[in-house]
Design a protein around this ligand. Structure first.
Ligand code: ATP
Ligand code: MG
Length: 652
């Protein structure tokens, strides 16, 4: 694995407000004097009553509070305070799926006015403080408005990604006991309409059969496609909007009141309704946004995630807007109308900071450098990634081709449950290593443990690996699983009592850098040698013909576990036995004989969650010949991929 250190470049230095020494001193202080550190940060937000208590938490039993006597409203912090300071400042630039469609621009004042109207509409429909409101929307500004309208009146939003099926949506409505839905007639992605309202109707029927009655649905007219409205239940936003008052006083919320529920993507089992509270989450989103992305007033920040994922919550809505930033919101996909769409949009809107996922980069890399080089990317000054370990191959491509060898990349490790980035470089302060999330953010104390829970000591010059845990709480930490605190405790705090278990494996190198190696479930034990699947995947992807690889273990009579590699190839490359043999040779050269896959399954596609993560759980079952026990596949982006994989199964 490549461990070249990319020193802080001139380009990075020009933007940094922090040096490595300053980072280290501030991080040390955040651990030594957390109360003092956080007291210095609370002024980032406007409060009705500023908190006097900072962290007050226990992980055994699990009871987490931050800023508990503070009173605050998230929508005020994201809207009014910026609108009042500068009513022309742009909050959202919206780029449609169709490149020929008109760009929408909303100032902070316009966004505030829309949000207050939508908040009044929700009140008119019967939504009370504490009620759960399900948001099932395309990537249009109204999605952010809906979230902030809930926050304004103290309702708890539950955003469900607009690509989920009626089944998945119904399950989330039922779990949240949500009696209200905000949706749109249709969404549009890659030139195709998505019948959101029709799917929401079906989900309501399913939820009703399960005992949860949806009382009101607010419908945004987006595409103008034909839909049916249920009398007394469904209301057009544009009609109700004309009737409600244009102002709405924000509801003062206790710091610990819930802000939202978000169901995790489900790559490891039944989705959990992760619950975030108001002040701690907002402060974390705000601080990490400004620091990790080194945001400067007036710059254009683009996070390509969907608002249906936590990344969209924290780095399209709450982080940037609470910081008065200008965000780009994109309705479409990277591959339509052509695979240069990202770069075309960056060029068109002069984007300064670009934050995307390794899966998107790997898909784009397949077609080489030309689609990138076709566009002027000189407005960019910082790049970021999130969602999966980024293999050095993809990192280097991103750095060289998109970043012209100059721009820092912030590889941000975090989870739905963490609210925002926890292990991440700070641009300009952190010399980068391709594929390493590098250093812990302020207030974060990671550690590695053995399977039995014993801490693995690290000293400079040594290298350790193990299961990644966190030793102390931070403001952005999730507080519970909605309606099931016991599951929260069981999932995160029971494997290693009194510690938060991330579910991820990691190693810490001789320089102290953290490398996330993937989920612990994905560690393979071959003849007693433990290795992270990410490592083998990186080696495979290093071959010039490979686009993407997913590696899982399967039971092996002699070795205990064998290695089964699913591989997709670059555009125009033919699958062949010779190529499979060449890939084995690559792994042998990169890692060693022990890591050579027993089977290389060349496939046109891999099963992915709607957020673009490879569903290894399913790949593992297929490799184990357990086709009957694939579990919940409803969150897959394209379930037909699974049939093709079963068809091509190699070691029957
Ligand atoms: P579920 O918990 O339902 O299985 P999920 O874990 O995929 O879903 P998220 O909370 O969106 O849902 O993803 C968090 C996980 O993504 C992390 O635990 C880690 O495995 C991976 N991840 C995120 N960012 C990075 C990163 N920069 N480097 C390595 N891994 C990352
Ligand atoms: Mg997870």
């Amino acid at each position: 694995m490549s461990e070249t250190i990319h020193p802080v470049t001139q380009a990075a230095l020009a933007i940094t407000r922090t040096t490595a020494e300053q980072y280290q001193a501030a991080h040390a202080r955040s651990l030594a004097d957390p109360d003092g550190f956080w007291r210095d940060q609370i002024g980032r937000l406007d409060w009705y009553r500023a908190p006097t208590v900072m962290g007050n938490w226990s992980w055994d039993p699990v009871d987490i509070k931050w800023f508990e006597d503070g009173v605050i409203n998230a929508s005020w912090n994201c809207l009014d305070r910026w609108a009042e300071a500068d009513h022309t400042r742009t909050a959202i630039i919206w780029e449609a799926d169709d490149p020929k469609a008109k760009t929408r621009r909303l100032s902070y004042a316009e966004l505030r006015d829309e949000v207050t109207r939508m908040a009044n509409a929700l009140v008119a429909l019967g939504v009370d403080k504490g009620d759960r409101v399900t948001i099932y929307m395309p990537m249009i500004p109204e999605a952010a408005m809906a979230m902030l309208a809930c926050a304004r009146i103290g309702a708890v939003h539950s955003v469900v990604f607009g690509g989920f099926s009626a089944e998945s949506l119904a399950g989330r409505i039922e779990d949240a006991q949500s009696r209200f839905i905000i949706t749109a007639d249709e969404g549009r992605r890659g030139g195709k309409p998505i019948p959101l309202k029709a799917i929401a109707d079906e989900a309501c029927d399913k939820a009703e059969a399960a005992g949860v009655n949806v009382e009101a649905m607010l419908v945004i007219r987006h595409t103008g496609g034909a839909i049916s409205m249920v009398e007394d239940r469904d209301h057009w936003w544009h009609e109700i909007r004309a009737e409600v008052p244009a102002t709405c006083t924000p509801e003062p919320m206790n710091a610990e009141d819930p802000l939202f529920i978000l169901y995790t993507s489900g790559s490891t089992g039944k989705p959990k309704g992760v619950l975030h509270s108001t002040a701690g989450y907002l402060l974390w989103a705000n601080l990490t946004f400004e620091t990790v992305f080194d945001y400067r007033a007036g710059e254009i920040f683009w996070c390509t995630a969907d608002v249906g994922w936590v990344t969209g919550h924290s780095y399209i809505v709450y982080g940037p807007l609470s910081a008065g930033a200008t965000v780009l919101m994109f309705e479409g996909v990277p591959s339509w109308p052509a695979n240069d769409r990202f770069w075309q949009v960056i060029d068109k809107h002069k984007v300064n900071i670009f934050y995307t996922a390794p899966t998107a980069l790997r898909a784009i890399m397949r077609d080489g450098d030309e689609p990138v080089n076709r566009h002027d990317l000189s407005s960019l000054r910082l790049l970021g990634t999130v969602g999966e370990p980024i293999n050095p191959e993809a990192w280097n491509w991103y750095h060289r081709v998109v970043g012209k060898g100059q721009l820092p990349i912030v590889d941000t490790w975090w989870q739905t449950e963490t609210g925002g980035a926890l292990i991440t470089p700070l641009p300009g302060a952190t010399p980068l290593k391709a594929g390493s999330a590098s250093w812990p953010f302020f207030g974060i104390e990671p550690a590695l443990v053995e399977a039995d829970g014993s801490l693995i000591a690290w000293t400079p010059g040594t290298e350790i690996s193990g299961n990644l845990v966190l030793l102390r709480s931070w403001p952005g930490q999730a507080r519970t699983v909605f309606g099931d605190h016991e599951r929260f405790t069981q999932t995160y705090f029971t494997a290693y009592r009194g510690r938060y278990f991330t579910g991820d494996g990691a190693r810490r190198d001789a320089d102290g850098y953290w490398w996330i190696t993937g989920r612990v479930d994905d560690v393979i034990n071959v003849s007693g040698h433990r290795m992270g699947t990410a490592e083998v995947e990186s080696a495979l992807v290093a071959h010039p013909d490979v686009a993407e690889a997913a590696v899982v273990g399967f039971p092996h009579d002699i070795k205990g576990q064998g290695i089964y590699a699913y591989v997709t190839l670059n555009a125009g490359v033919e699958a062949s036995d010779a190529l499979a043999a060449a890939l084995k040779a690559t792994v042998r050269a990169e890692i060693g004989g022990i890591a050579v896959p027993d089977h290389i399954h060349l496939t046109p596609a891999l099963p992915k969650t709607r957020s673009g993560k490879i569903m290894r759980r399913i790949l593992r079952k297929i490799a184990e010949n357990e086709f009957g026990a694939l579990g919940d596949t409803s969150t897959l982006a394209d379930p037909t991929v699974v049939d093709a994989l079963i068809e091509g199964r190699l070691n029957r």
